[in-house]
Design a protein around this ligand. Structure first.
Ligand code: BGC
Length: 373
């Protein structure tokens, strides 16, 4: 038996004896059974350093787990699937007892996680679901479909679509990376709100880049969530379909990294903040985008306080290692093709320009100086 399992059994036994108090502090550092060195090690695998949020996610999770007495191995995979697999394999070899994984490609980790399961390592999917394997034990995320719904409802409200006024409005739609399981949830949430207006012709897309149904979302997806690729795609659309004075009224962008590229493309083709600048959605509350919100170049961001996600995952880790029942609040939504993964969903929240100070800065998520305030 791997030594962490022994610890879990001991923890359960102490629960029975009514002496659970303090067991988190009593975790030992004895060696793992697979040539690894540390049964108290938690592997944290993040997709990339190139996007702000994953740096924050990784740093926060490492901090809370270390405060709880765990050791951590925090790795970033440069958005390369092979690199993430190698890093996970190394964590398993080092004797990690739990892997917390924000996957790059939700389909690509099956064989690695089989090795983890064979070694008795538990796996928590972090923010992004891992598909096609039995060997993902828990999932912690924000309500991904609600993120998209909030973006769709924001557009609906800003354009007064429900009131049946005006239009038609020119919309350009983007979706996230086709290999990220979250991206389809984001798109679905927004698309379901906007579809009736596309059908009635109140929303029209000069580029024609609107999927006929929600399953076509990958056709407007941006691989790797890359800012540069979103910028290039928006430039192509503007140069090809917006000649002769036609203006974009609204852009559905699933997140901030894409929104940034879209905003650069608009500026490059002569749009100025103010009346002609389109409504643009986002997600994450990245510094550059919050600055753009303050400069009237982005209309909103859906903020996910990633500190709460880290706290929730740290709680799961403690519950697993203490042999307790793991707290989840959704056992229906996230089927990965092999099982429905017990999940904990946190609430996302819309932030607009006037709420930046109160929501993002007063809460300590960003510093005023980060966004030029
Ligand atoms: C996350 C988003 C993030 C995107 C790009 C998604 O899986 O949920 O918060 O913007 O990846 O990194």
């Amino acid at each position: 038996m791997r030594s962490w399992r022994k610890i879990a059994v001991v923890a359960t036994a102490s629960l029975l004896l009514g002496s659970l108090a303090g067991c988190a502090q009593e975790r030992t550092n004895d060696a793992g059974s697979n040539g690894g060195s540390d049964s108290n090690l938690i592997g944290i695998s993040m997709p990339t350093r190139s996007l702000e949020r994953w740096n924050n996610d990784g740093a926060h999770l490492k901090e809370v787990l270390e405060k709880d007495g765990f050791k951590t191995s925090l790795q970033f995979a440069d958005d390369k699937v092979d690199q993430q697999i190698t890093q996970l394999q190394n964590m398993i070899n080092e004797g990690a007892k739990i892997l917390v994984v924000a996957s790059i490609d939700g389909e690509a980790l099956g064989p690695t996680l089989q090795t983890a399961a064979d070694e008795g390592v538990k796996v928590i999917a972090y923010d992004r679901l891992i598909n096609g394997t039995e060997n993902v034990d828990y999932y912690a995320t924000f309500d991904n479909e609600l993120v998209g719904t909030l973006q769709g409802q924001f557009i609906e409200e800003k354009l007064g679509l429900k009131d049946g006024q005006k239009g038609p409005f020119n919309i350009e739609m983007f979706a996230g990376s086709p290999d990220d399981n979250n991206a389809k949830f984001f798109f679905k949430g927004a698309y379901d709100v906007l579809k009736p207006y596309l059908d009635s012709g109140v929303l029209v897309s000069p580029s024609g880049k609107v999927p006929a149904d929600v399953d076509g979302w990958t056709n407007v997806g941006i691989q790797g969530w890359k800012t540069d690729s979103a910028q290039a795609e928006m430039e192509t659309r503007l140069n090809t379909f917006y000649k002769g004075g036609t203006k974009v009224d609204v852009v559905l962008s699933p997140n901030d990294s894409l929104a940034l590229g879209i905003e650069q493309a608009l500026e490059g083709s002569g749009y100025a903040p103010g009346a002609e600048w389109p409504i643009i959605t986002g997600q994450d509350g990245d510094k550059a985008n919050v600055k753009n919100m303050l400069a009237d170049k982005q209309s909103m961001t859906v903020w996910k306080d990633t500190r709460t996600l880290g706290d929730q995952v740290a709680k799961m880790v403690r519950e697993i290692t203490d042999g307790k029942e793991v707290t989840v609040n959704d056992t229906d939504t996230y089927n990965n093709g092999k099982k429905t993964v017990p999940s904990f969903l946190l609430p996302p929240q819309v932030v607009v320009k006037d709420e930046v100070q109160k929501t993002l800065i007063d809460s300590g998520y960003l510093k005023a100086s980060d966004v030029g305030l």
